[in-house]
Every structure is written in C-alpha cells, then in structure tokens.
Design a protein around this ligand. Sequence first.
Ligand code: DC
Length: 227
Amino acid sequence: MIQIAIDGPGGAGKTTLSKGIAKKLGIVYVDTGAMYRTVGLYVRDHGYSYEDTSAVVSLLPEIHIEVRFEDGVQNIYLNGVNPGERIREPEISMYASGVSKIPEVRAFLLETQKDIARKNSVIMDGRDIGTVILPDADLKLFMTASPETRAKRRYLELIEKGQNVTFEQVMEEMVARDAQDAGREIAPAIPADDAIMYDNSGLTFEESLDALYAFIQEKLGDKLNNL
Ligand code: DC
C-alpha cells in the first residue's frame, strides 16, 4: 500500500496531474475537494449561506456522501444521486471553501477520507492531506504555480465547460478563496513540515506529468514495485 499526499491552492494542477499519476501507477486517485464541494452544493441548494454555521451544521445529518470508484474514476453520490458537474460551478467553489472552515464539516468528511486510504493505495488531493488526513504519507507534495498561471488554467477549464466568466472574475475569486483556505483556523491549506514544494509554472501538462512521474519513481523506488 502506498499513500501520496498532494496539497496546494486551486489551479496548481493537482487534479489533472494526480489523475495522470494514478493512472500510470495503477493506484486510486481521491479528490477530497469534490467532497467539500458536495456539502457546499447541498447547502446552496437548500438556500443557506455558507456563512451560516449553525444552519450548515444542522444540515449535516441529512447529508449522506458515498464515494465510489467506477472504471478507475471517483464518483460521489449525494444521498444516492451523483451530482456530476454541478459541484464544479464557480459559485460552488466559494461554498466549498466556506463550509470547509467549519470544524464539524471537516470532522464529517475526515473518516471517509482516511478510510479510503486505509483500503487502497492512493494519491489524494486536497488542502490538508499531508498535515491532517495522511500525516504518515510516503510522499507529500505541495503544488504551486504563479497566480497568473493558476487563474489562466482555471479560466480555460471553465470556458471549456461553457461557463460564462471573465479572466478577471476568475483571478479575483481564486485569490479570495486561497486567502480563505490558507488563513482559516482549522486545517489551513499550508505545506506539511515534511512536504516537498513543487512549482509547475511554465510547464505544459505533459512536461509536468513526466517530471512528476520521474520524481515519484526516484523518491519511492522499490515501494512502487510492490504495489
Ligand atoms: O480542490 P477544490 O478546489 O475542489 O476544493 C474546493 C474547496 O474545498 C477548497 O477551496 C477548500 C476545500 N478543501 C479543503 O478545505 N480541504 C481539502 N482537503 C480539500 C478541499
């Protein structure tokens, strides 16, 4: 069994790179942000603000989140229904970040995340994976890229999905969300003491993936042969 922890701000390439690595290594890719997005979606759909902590906490007993791995892809079921791309709406990014500041929400998702890593070899992507969820991970990376690079990636991703946004909006929202995630009291999005910083600004996806794969092989060597 192997555990690779990937943390870092939005748009740093965590998701696409982690998925690529999971495929190459034949391990499970876990997107923990999708779980916070699912809680955020439920809160939005029920007409509450993510700032309304007591309302968010009172909704938790109604929320059942199940994570299934189907054809190597993580699918989340919210009370039995896969919300699909709805969790990717720009508005839901702020809801996810907002609800993730609430200790009860983090406690609610923690066991699900730890349990997946107990049962599978994983590359898990989030904000507190190296610090809280997998403190003994075999490898911890904190991925970054310049704010311009990250905002551009996010912008292109959203445009491709047909969302109606401007680059300026994406940049503004990203900076606000990063500040909120890194500045919160509980499990702030900061590197673990033993995390390796990995900046991929200026690299294409293929270049980053190749470099990262080589790096992981060098670091984990034999462990990868015994998966
Ligand atoms: O990775 P993402 O952009 O889908 O995450 C959405 C939000 O969820 C992010 O702004 C902060 C929160 N999050 C978190 O607090 N801890 C995690 N492990 C993953 C995400």
